[in-house]
Design a protein around this ligand. Sequence first.
Ligand SMILES: *[C@@H]1O[C@H](CO)[C@@H](O)[C@H](O)[C@H]1NC(C)=O
Length: 518
Amino acid sequence: MKNYVVFVFVLAIIFINETQTSEILVVAPMPSYSHFSIPFKLSKELAKRGHKVTCINPYPQKAPIKNYVDISVTENIEVMEEIRKQLFDMNKFGVIENLTFIFDMIKLLVDRTMTNKNVQDLLKSDKKFDVVIIEDFLNEAMFGLGYHYKAPVILISATTTSDMSNYIFANPAPASYVPGMGGTLTKCMNFWQRIENVLTKSVFYGLLHLYHLPQQRELFHKYISNDTDLDSIIYNTSLMLTNSHVSVSDAVPHVPSIIEIGGFHVNPPKKLPEDLQKFLDNATEGFILFSMGSNLKSDDLKPEVRDGILKAFSKIKEKVLWKFENDLPNLPSNVKIMKWIPQQDVLAHPNIRAFISHGGFLSTVEAVYHGVPIVGIPVFGDQKYNIATAEQDGYAIGIQLNDLSEETLTRALNEVLINQKYRNVVKQRSTLMHDRPMTPVETAIYWVEHVIRHKGAPHLKSSGVDLKWYQREMIDVVVFLILVVSLILITILVIVKKLLQFVFSKSKKNVSNKKKSQ
Ligand SMILES: *[C@@H]1O[C@H](CO)[C@@H](O)[C@H](O)[C@H]1NC(C)=O
């Protein structure tokens, strides 16, 4: 009897596992490790739970992962190397140049990805998928893969909800208090800043409709299908996992199909390499981590700026761990250079006092997660916005790249290291990030499986999605009302004018009649 119960139990487990596992396609072709790390982590977590994951990406694994298959697009990395050379210049670009640069880069990447032999082989095979998860980076043409596989589409983002995703999901993001991510505006805007925000967002949406979406439609028709239009696919996206949380991003509206998973990518701290562990343990006065992320190499800094940075470091008592690709001569004794640094594990070290960062969003989340104040040197993309927001929230000091020098760095370091305010604020935010009903990983898995279970999520969709842009913004209604009110006013004016003329001419006549009769 006992054996029988065990047998049924085992069968039940096998049966449940069988029915619950799904075929999942993850699309993450962006050749930037910080973009890849988010969908990659989701892929691994899904694979761990028995789902079969196929992942289009430029970073194929050397050691195989159970239930996980790479579709390699490593060639995309060459494109990024070319683009990377221009990243520092982007700092000097205007709004329009910046946007068209990004749109063209995405077009090139989608093109490269779709013509890749491995991707072509996958598309031609008879493989089926239950859901398609796409790393959201203005690559709308690729949403068509959901159409190709007749599977619902989920987006996952390495950043917070962007103007683009707000548009896709009809998510309210009024320009009065939701700043665009390209600039330095924060949620507290004065009248002129709100005007700037409206204009910048209008330029984005203008270019989106006139420049970007036509490119994406063309790519979709070229590589995926001619039977339908891309727009009906874009606005049919089931869900978005957005990399935000109130501890690190603004408290802004989210429609039910946008789920916040900020903090998702942070892993429990691992053991550090021995020499690094020793260096950090010995930093009894504390240490500072300096890293400009994976896209920008510290080597791109001008020599005089590099020297200024070293002079600033030589004046502080804390040690400095600097991620730098080359060896440097005449290093101050408190500075250690490493080509690669396990950033999350270093941020978790109890001796850390501050983090000098380019302000990439993932780095900002990690700093808040571990409660480390930031000195931000933003360069491109959303970095200025991230640092401006962190400054506004009171746990960072920003330095513009052009102003970076011995003096500015010394001033910022002294403030962050001596004034306790920055540390207290970021520690408080760290506790907020940890205080939530489910971990971000559990949340992400739950919602992916929810979409698979229900074969899409039309029940989460806002009806704003079905409206044209001018209908959503109520431009048609406002214009109509202005016309009606104007018409009424004009009518009244005309009537009053006629009446006056009538009365006036009457009295004139009377006067002239009187004159005549005299
Ligand atoms: C929209 O998505 C659902 C769920 O994936 C799907 O069944 C439906 O066919 C899609 N509609 C269009 C127009 O693509």
